[in-house]
Design a protein around this ligand. Structure first.
Ligand code: PLP
Length: 391
């Protein structure tokens, strides 16, 4: 008999009932060190008092109004985002997938309005992940995501990760945009080198193609800068943000330049819940916290500490770990045994890691993780690796 919850997930038999900072507590009172943050979502830890009070204060006042009316929280958060980035304008969504939908629509509409309606192709990269909608799975092209869901939305061209020649050949006068994650998350914590992002920006400038960056997982301070592309010193035309921006409350945003967004006029897009007052209150509190003086420099310091510990684990457990990869507090341990087994061994040591593609176990701790918790994380992963080697 089909379970009452549609069985589309492979779930671990863990029943969390409470969260406190970097800790998850299950229904038996067992405390797990959470290095997954709900896959890069609980950016400031569980039940962060700043976010709890922002949410509960708003909840006492007003939960929801339609986008038929002006929502002051949207204007406030959009201004925070535009002041802090390349963007001139913002559309709020409830998830990362919805940001992919809008980014793709926006790029195609840009060319349509410019009188080039055939310029519809979106160039994507092998291993990418942009969500599970029909457009997002077409963008990914991964057989396990698209099989049985045809016909696919046309107009996507995929190139191998790191293949510059294939990229140059793929970007033509039919290319509306190039869509890329500066750090691939689901694909296995693969960092796009700064030089490549710069080269990609140049290629887009040469050809006119728009550059869409998917910072759903790597944005919002996770790599130690507000957005990952800042390390390369270039800016996109359109950027997708979600996950961490809501700190656990469903929230996403598409940021764009005025030029890129020119086609998105009244009636071209919408969302009942997008920009909901509750989400806006939490989003402002998250932005305020991570842009406060010293916050991101501390993330970078802690990232250095965690990386150093992980390098030590790779040296100590060469049969379990091959390498550390990633940026900031978005790190991956490339595993020799199946990464899923390493994650399972972590559960036995009360530490949460997240499996990713390319046989990687991901570490995406809250940016608020303490130095002591980093040391404890290393101890627990060390114990998990020792248990695996002994098995
Ligand atoms: C880079 C990236 N883009 C898009 C998405 C889709 O976001 P959501 O699951 O919130 O729809 C994800 C989710 O993992 C992601 O990592």
């Amino acid at each position: 008999m089909i379970p009452s919850v549609l069985p589309t997930y492979s779930r671990a038999p863990l029943h969390f009932v409470k969260g406190e900072g970097t800790w998850l507590i299950d229904d038996t009172g067992r405390r797990f060190l959470d290095l997954g943050s709900g896959i890069a979502v609980t950016l400031l830890g569980h039940a962060n008092p700043i976010l709890v009070s922002a949410l509960t204060e708003q909840a006492q006042k007003l939960w929801h109004v339609s986008n038929l009316y002006e929502i002051p929280g949207q204007i406030a958060l959009a201004e925070m985002l535009t002041e802090a980035t390349f963007a001139d304008t913002v559309f709020f969504t409830n998830s990362g997938t919805e940001t992919a939908e809008l980014a793709i629509k926006m790029a195609r509409k840009y060319w349509y309005e410019k009188g080039d309606p055939d310029r519809i192709e979106i160039v994507t990269f092998e291993g990418c992940f942009h969500g599970r909608s029909s457009a997002a799975i077409a963008a990914s092209g991964a057989p396990k995501m698209v099989k049985g869901f045809g016909p696919m939305l046309p107009g996507f061209v995929q190139v191998p990760w790191g293949d510059h020649d294939a990229l140059r050949a793929a970007v033509t006068d039919r290319t509306a945009a190039v869509l890329i994650e500066p750090v691939q998350g689901e694909g296995g914590i693969r960092v796009l080198p700064d030089q490549c992002l710069k080269g990609l920006r140049d290629l887009c400038d040469e050809t006119g193609a728009l550059l869409i960056l998917d910072e759903v997982q790597c944005g919002m301070g996770r790599t130690g800068r507000l957005f990952a592309h800042e390390w390369a010193g270039v800016t996109p035309d359109i950027m997708m943000v979600a996950k961490g921006i809501g700190g656990g409350f469903p929230l996403g945003a598409v940021l764009a330049t005025e030029a890129a967004a020119a086609g998105m006029v009244v009636g071209t897009h919408g969302s009942t819940y997008g920009g909901n007052p509750l989400a806006m209150a939490v989003g402002q509190a998250v932005m305020k916290t991570i842009t406060a003086d010293g916050f991101l420099s501390d993330v970078n310091r802690k990232a250095g500490l965690l990386r150093q510990k992980l390098e030590g684990l790779v040296a100590d457990h060469p049969d379990v770990f091959e390498e550390v990869r990633g940026a900031g507090l978005m790190l991956g341990l490339k595993c020799r045994p199946p990464a899923a087994d390493v994650v399972k061994a972590g559960y036995a040591e009360d530490v949460i890691l997240v499996p990713a593609g390319d046989n990687v176990a991901r570490l995406l701790p809250p940016l608020t993780i303490s130095d002591d918790e980093i040391a404890e994380a290393a101890r627990r992963i060390d114990a998990a690796a020792s248990a695996m080697a002994a098995a």
